[in-house]
Design a protein around this ligand. Structure first.
Ligand code: SAH
Length: 231
């Protein structure tokens, strides 16, 4: 659901949603369903009006609280579309709170279809019974990401040229993990990232990983070392 959900809220479905529930699933007035908006948890709703082209629901009660996820963002240089789709799905499963496509000198893909990536994140969240969705940003150039960054948020720079071992580098707290494109970072980019105050170059081991593998490996390592896999 795009609109925020709450006790007693009335939700008007768009044509596609009404058609799917009414004509595909053949749900009638009074039928119950679970809704989530990716922020406020999961809600039980009931079909209040069912028409051919439209449908209205009334939200009755919250069935699950919004889950808490670590405040970790992943800034990744988008790669070919299928790999980026895969990356969005896996990063959603792993609990990233925000996904920021970053364009760098060697980034192949400049444009991403935000609607499409958001739909992939919603699908991934539904499949895993997640009630939190990552926010997904429009692509931003690396230089702008660096200048706009919040110095209070640790910037972990996955640098194929080397850095601190991930197990030592990742610390609990607001985090931004940055990974590069297939072609890697240029020397100027590497110097620019290492130049910002709160940047921590991180090594993901002795082997060079593909861009999407590195992004997921960094995220998983963060969850294990500094995130909410620590129990
Ligand atoms: N073409 C480059 C590799 C780029 S790998 C080369 O041959 O050097 C794509 C991105 O994944 C890198 O920019 C980096 O962010 C990340 N990455 C891959 N392997 C890594 C490693 N062992 N340590 C840290 N980051 C790594």
């Amino acid at each position: 659901m795009r609109q925020p959900l709450g006790q007693g809220a009335r939700v008007e479905l768009d044509g596609g949603q009404a058609n799917y529930l009414g004509n595909v699933l053949r749900m009638k007035e009074g039928a119950e369903l679970l809704l989530f908006d990716g922020r406020s948890g999961e809600w039980l709703a009931r079909i209040a009006e069912a028409g051919k082209k439209r449908m209205a629901l009334v939200v009755e009660r919250r069935t699950r609280e919004p889950e808490t996820i670590p405040d970790v963002w992943l800034a990744f240089a988008p790669v070919k579309r299928s790999q980026t789709d895969w990356l969005i799905e896996k990063a959603t499963e792993l609990g990233a709170a925000r996904l920021i496509p970053v364009t760098t000198r060697r980034t192949v893909i400049e444009r991403v279809k935000l609607e499409r990536l958001q739909a992939i994140a919603i699908e991934a969240a539904e499949q895993c019974g997640r009630t939190r969705l990552p926010e997904i940003d429009e692509p931003v150039p690396l230089a702008r990401l660096l200048e706009k960054r919040d110095p209070a948020r640790a910037l972990y720079f996955a640098d194929e040229a080397g850095g601190e071992p991930a197990a030592d580098a990742f610390k609990p707290g607001p985090a931004l993990i940055l990974t590069g494109p297939e072609g890697g970072f240029t020397d100027e980019e590497r110097a620019a990232v290492r130049g910002v105050s709160n940047a921590v170059p991180v090594s993901l081991g002795p082997r060079i990983l593909r861009a999407e593998t590195a992004a997921l490996a960094a995220l998983a390592a963060y969850m294990a070392v500094a995130g909410d896999w620590r129990g």
